[in-house]
Design a protein. Sequence first.
Length: 510
Amino acid sequence: MTSPIVHSWRLLSWGRTLARHGALTGIERDPNTPAPLRRLARIARLGARVPAQPRYADAFQAIGPAAIKLGQTLATRPDLVGEDATRDLLRLQDQLPSVPYEIIREAMRAGLGRDLDTLFSRIEETPVGAASIAQVHRAVTTDGRQVAVKVLRPGVEEEFTRAIDTYQWAAAQLEGMSIEARRLRPRLTIENFRRWTLRELNFRREAASASELAESMTAEPDFVVPAVDWARSTAKVLTIEWIDGIKLSDRAALIAAGYDLPKLAQTLVRAFLRQAIAEGFFHADMHQGNLFALPGNKIAAIDFGIMGRIDRRARVWLAEILYGLITGNYKRVAEIHFEAGYVPSHHNVAEFATALRAVGEPMRGLPVKDMSIGMMLDGLFSITRDFDMVTQPHLLLLQKTMVMVEGVATGLDPDINLWHTAAPFVTEWIRTELGPEAALADRLILDFKTLAGLPDLVRRIEARYPAPGGEPPAPPLKEIEVVRIGGWRYALVAALSAAAGVGAALAVLH
């Protein structure tokens, strides 16, 4: 177990880096920051030259790979780190200096457990991307296919283990400082971060995620997921089909190539809605660097290390919330929050509906250049404290991805209205999933499952209550109070000895 002194030293070192980039200014100024944490922030910046404009993303990049991933997680928590920090942290896209090819080649050979010449005819030494966890090299397989080979950085697992250990310790200390800190549930945020990171460090999981997403997106042929080369993939090396397209971040190149940018934006929004609402399994890192335009105005995605999953009940609530905000039915949106348990029952539904109206009504009907989902989420977070809303960890990745998708879509088409783009899909899904036909189908399926389970239920009842055997039922016995006092066994022995002889007494003692 790591000692508190080691944790404190690490935090002080990281705090100094954050202070030099002005990243602790918001903590000091926020009135909801616990007083002990505010004092620690002041100590960390002693002697540091603090810039006027905080550079949160630069600070996390300076600390290292684990901090970059933590920063990406905190970008989902404007309620925890503030709106300005959230917007800046969205710049974190894992661009790091690459590891020398000689080291990566050895890691690739060790990860695959085979001589690379038996798998690839050529591997480009210059990486096409270097991130906090891995770097990617273009290669050609022995059977002539163009592929991308993603290799885990040597030593990254140990670095993340040390960092997460300290993050967990710090989150526990923070929760002990105030009730408000406990409401924001920082320990749960770090636990989610730990689980996401463990999945991201295992490339077999990433390969499985890519494969699952490809199957679930067959209804959206304009959204492409590259095929996994399972024969050349392990827990530390991932080989997938090479995507030869134009990054969605390169607007000028897209226009020069003749792409329909508004159509690309609509395709992206629809693909995200399909993943999040219809399938409940979505790509949770859809920034511009992970998305490419392909001929025919198609979009391809890469990097499936961070994926989100939502169960059907939460997806129904989400769809109804979006539909209610689109149509202005704030009363129904408020009711859903109470039904889902997002708002404690001691609050008033009508009052919460009024608070939602204050957030949503000014934005309805406006183009994204004048309003945004990010602005709406900021408004929603501002009322969480008033209504004692506890953070919902299962929705954090979704909120982050919604803001990210919005940013990419508006980069393609500044005039896109996400409400209008989402409305047809959400409306159709609600009609299909919650309409009378769907309700009847769900009831029939439930009743059939109940009937099918009756034989097994009867067998379990018979096992619990077997038929009587050959022995007749015992007569009812009188209840007699048992007195437990010292020496009772010897008194019983004496009584039995007098009544039935020594044999009975020995039997009791035995």
